[in-house]
Design a protein around this ligand. Structure first.
Ligand code: HEC
Ligand code: HEC
Ligand code: HEC
Length: 113
């Protein structure tokens, strides 16, 4: 009985370790809600690789599908300013200015109708 219990505890422990070591990366490609301007395709894993830091975005909104729209609906995030302008466009402009690889800065390059 004691042996079985130990085996069960060890099995639980070894199952839990890889999950703790590797955070869920989320979808590689996403399409974000862009309202009347049209949806915004977003290469999530390319950003993870280029930036190497989840907190750049995920201190503003959680690592959950639909978190941006939920926070906008709750009034916690302002549409267009808190994510689009202060995060996406701000960084793309700065990266572009610094001469590195960057992303779009014009409306129709992000919003696809
Ligand atoms: C440049 C911004 C950015 C960075 C950096 C970023 N993410 Fe995300 N992530 C997003 C966006 C945008 C969403 C979608 C949120 C929504 O649906 O409202 C998202 C959603 C997620 C989700 C939930 C969606 C799904 O497919 O399960 C997970 C999990 C996630 N991210 C994990 C990570 C991890 C882990 C890192 C770091 C290795 C990371 N993200 C870095 C922007 C980013
Ligand atoms: C770098 C990509 C990017 C660029 C460039 C961009 N947008 Fe956005 N836009 C987004 C994202 C992501 C959202 C959703 C998050 C938010 O509302 O901040 C959004 C949201 C919006 C919304 C709000 C939708 C709603 O929920 O009500 C409008 C309107 C909008 N954009 C218009 C524009 C216009 C006009 C331009 C050009 C001046 C522009 N966008 C440029 C990515 C972009
Ligand atoms: C902190 C900096 C940073 C933030 C925040 C950021 N990006 Fe980017 N983005 C980049 C960099 C750097 C690249 C170039 C990556 C590469 O070439 O591998 C890029 C590339 C892109 C591309 C691909 C363009 C192409 O040539 O195919 C899109 C689309 C894009 N970003 C959209 C967004 C949207 C939408 C958001 C906000 C939700 C966002 N980005 C937030 C830095 C950022």
């Amino acid at each position: 009985m004691a042996v079985l219990l130990v085996a069960a505890v060890v099995a639980l422990w070894t199952d839990a370790v890889p999950m703790a070591a590797e955070p869920r990366q989320g979808a590689a490609e996403m399409v974000l809600e862009g309202g009347r301007q049209g949806p915004v395709p977003f290469p999530h894993h390319r950003h993870q690789a280029a930036l190497g830091d989840c907190t750049v975005c995920h201190t503003v909104f959680a690592q959950e599908p639909g978190s941006i729209e939920r926070l906008k609906a709750a009034g916690t995030l302002k549409a267009q300013s808190d994510v689009m302008n202060k995060l996406c466009v701000k960084c793309h402009r700065a990266e572009r200015k610094a001469g590195g690889r960057s992303g779009p800065v014009t409306c129709t390059a992000c919003h696809q109708k």
